[in-house]
Design a protein around this ligand. Structure first.
Ligand code: ATP
Ligand code: MG
Length: 573
């Protein structure tokens, strides 16, 4: 491929909209262009890299016997009402109406559609296990689209769904998928961790996320030396508040004028933040729930939604709090509270002689004790884990890192098959719901994650497996017939060997060409320069390491194709 016949609009300046390294570089190296918030064009380079990720994913899916299909993007609202997700999915589900006013969803994921296929065409235990997958555009109306194609509203995903007679059979496929995912991300040249996670809107109990290590990642992971690793959404730790065993003292009412924060109140009362019991009032699907947590810790709302089986939770407004408790925001407490269920984090169980709001302006209570002064309806683990908390498995201290989630595998069980009546007949002729699994990979997000991990101050440094081109041939002066012919011969020779080459045949200053070559970052660069050419050499440079070697120009095609093969081999798991 020749640059002058290609479409590769590089940018010298970094567009101001870009926030992460991968976002900046994808714009600057001409991989993507924005159409609208969270909606992007993939230009030729971007499309080439995405197709390479797709092909790796396809090969690994086929290897484990998963079958490729293609489901429509449009799916009728009826299917989503059947599963209950027309409401549950909320604003993230893009909805459209046809000319007859019939409602459709633009698929954010395809559990409903695939379950519908299976319930019509699979009747017997003999036809399962069965795993189907597709590679397709997905739509999610994300609250905060950002980081380019990392969190987009329209993006490419591979989604697979498996159907089984029982949990044992599902476990086998889950294991195979887990291994396939490991191979896929290794082949893409990524450094990643696999962590326990929350299943979100998809549902199910067991789920793992594949996280590419990246400072700019939106996911926070807590990890321990013992191997435990979980996302902040689901991480657990050993209870950090043992019972104090102190005797209960009499309750006192104290004046705390205008003191609303934990720090203000406890400092004034000469107490520690951990002596205070925070009471946060939530509106949970239309009913009030008071959530109690130790003053120095935060509530993990994802855990809260899960334990309450809630669809929507919002913090109650100041007006709602005033109406419910009788006191303003900042002075709520569980003593005498009516009209709200009281749930508490497990760490609250051991607290004695607590400070709480008095449900009255500018007033707190001191020496409040559970059992005597108020009751908790339900205890749950609601704690937002922080680095330094003890691991729930071994007690060592948890550390933390950030990552970009590129894939997730879920054991769904019978969540969709039961509600959508997708059943099969077993050997005894008994009707049973399918046991299901589902497995996603963000194709375009994986490209961005790879760039996030493989770049330097000059640009991208692609892993060869997903690089848009493998070799960049750069004649420093195309008006010099000698250089031009040599460069073309190398381009043609390598292309004939099936190697993907871009020849920079532009009549440009060498400085600009080198800058662009570093920016687009193909793994190998072959410079055909005047001095080396005089000696009968060309220069081979490895983008990642900067290592350069001189090779006789007549031997260039053979040597370079060997280096390409070696580089590729490094990424075979
Ligand atoms: P997140 O927590 O990042 O919102 P998710 O857990 O909702 O993602 P899944 O439903 O597990 O995502 O989707 C499977 C894969 O699709 C994800 O692992 C990710 O790689 C990709 N993906 C999800 N949402 C987006 C998005 N908005 N833009 C690009 N890729 C996405
Ligand atoms: Mg996910």
């Amino acid at each position: 491929m020749r640059w002058t016949e290609y479409f590769l609009p590089t940018l010298k300046e970094t567009p101001s909209e870009a926030d992460t390294q991968s976002h900046k570089l994808m714009l600057r190296a001409g991989l993507i262009r924005k159409v609208s918030s969270g909606v992007y064009n993939l230009l030729p380079l971007g499309k080439r890299s995405a197709m390479k990720v797709e092909n790796i994913v396809r090969e690994e899916m086929n290897r484990i016997g998963s079958l490729e299909i293609l489901m429509p993007i449009l799916s009728p609202a009826e299917l989503w009402t059947e599963s209950g997700r027309w409401d549950v999915y909320g604003k993230e589900l893009m909805r459209v109406k046809d000319r007859h006013d019939r409602l459709f969803a633009l698929g954010p994921t395809h559990e409903e559609v695939v379950t519908d296929i299976i319930r019509h065409d699979v009747r017997s235990y003999r036809q399962i296990p069965l795993t189907l997958y597709q590679i397709q555009t997905k739509f999610r109306d994300e609250v905060r689209p950002r980081f380019g194609v990392v969190r987009a509203r329209e993006f490419m995903m591979k989604d697979a769904y498996s159907f089984h007679r029982d949990e044992t059979c599902l476990a086998k496929t889950y294991e195979k998928m887990y291994e396939a995912y490991t191979r896929i991300f290794k082949r893409c040249g990524l450094t990643f961790g696999v962590v326990e996670a929350d299943s979100g809107a998809i549902g199910g109990d067991v789920t793992h996320e594949f996280m590419v290590f990246a400072e700019t990642g939106e996911s926070q992971v807590f990890a321990c030396e013992c191997g435990y690793a979980a996302t902040s959404d689901s991480a657990e730790c050993e209870v950090v508040c043992p019972e104090t065993g102190d005797d209960a003292k009499p309750v006192e009412k104290v004046n705390t004028p205008d003191m609303k924060t934990v720090e203000e109140v406890t400092e004034f009362l000469k107490k520690k933040p951990s002596d205070l019991l925070k009471t946060i009032i939530y509106n949970v699907d239309g009913s009030y729930v008071a959530v109690l947590i130790r003053g120095d810790r935060e509530i993990n709302e994802i855990k809260l939604v899960k334990v309450l089986g809630a669809v929507n939770i919002d913090m109650a407004s100041p007006a709602e709090i005033e109406k419910l408790t009788g006191g303003p925001l900042g002075f709520s407490g569980p003593v005498g509270l009516k009209g709200a269920k009281v749930v508490a984090d497990t760490t609250v169980a051991g607290m004695t002689n607590m400070v709480t709001g008095a449900n009255e302006a500018d007033t707190h209570l001191v020496n409040v004790n559970r059992g005597r002064d108020f009751e908790v309806d339900e205890f749950y683990d609601l704690l937002e884990v922080v680095a330094g908390d003890p691991c729930k498995r071994c007690g060592k201290l948890l550390s933390t890192w950030r990552g970009i989630e590129v894939g997730q595998v879920f054991k769904l069980g019978t969540k969709y098959s039961e509600i959508m009546k997708a059943t099969f007949l077993d050997e005894k002729g008994e009707e049973k719901p399918f046991v299901m699994g589902c497995y996603g990979i963000g194709i375009t997000r994986t490209v961005a994650a790879a760039i996030e991990q493989h770049n330097d101050k000059d640009g991208i440094a692609w892993p060869i497996s997903i690089a848009p081109f493998e070799v960049h041939v750069l004649p420093t002066n195309v008006t010099e017939p000698d250089l031009k012919t040599t460069a073309e011969a190398i381009h043609d020779g390598l292309t004939e060997k099936g190697i993907e080459v871009l020849l920079d045949d532009r009549d440009e200053r060498p400085g600009n060409k080198f800058k662009d070559a570093d920016l687009v970052g193909f793994p190998l660069r072959v410079t055909v320069g005047e001095r080396a050419a005089k000696e009968g050499n060309v220069e081979l440079r490895i983008r990642k390491t900067g290592e350069t070697t001189k090779i006789p120009k007549d031997d260039a095609v053979r040597v370079i194709s060997e280096v390409v093969a070696e580089e590729k081999k490094k990424l075979v798991p």
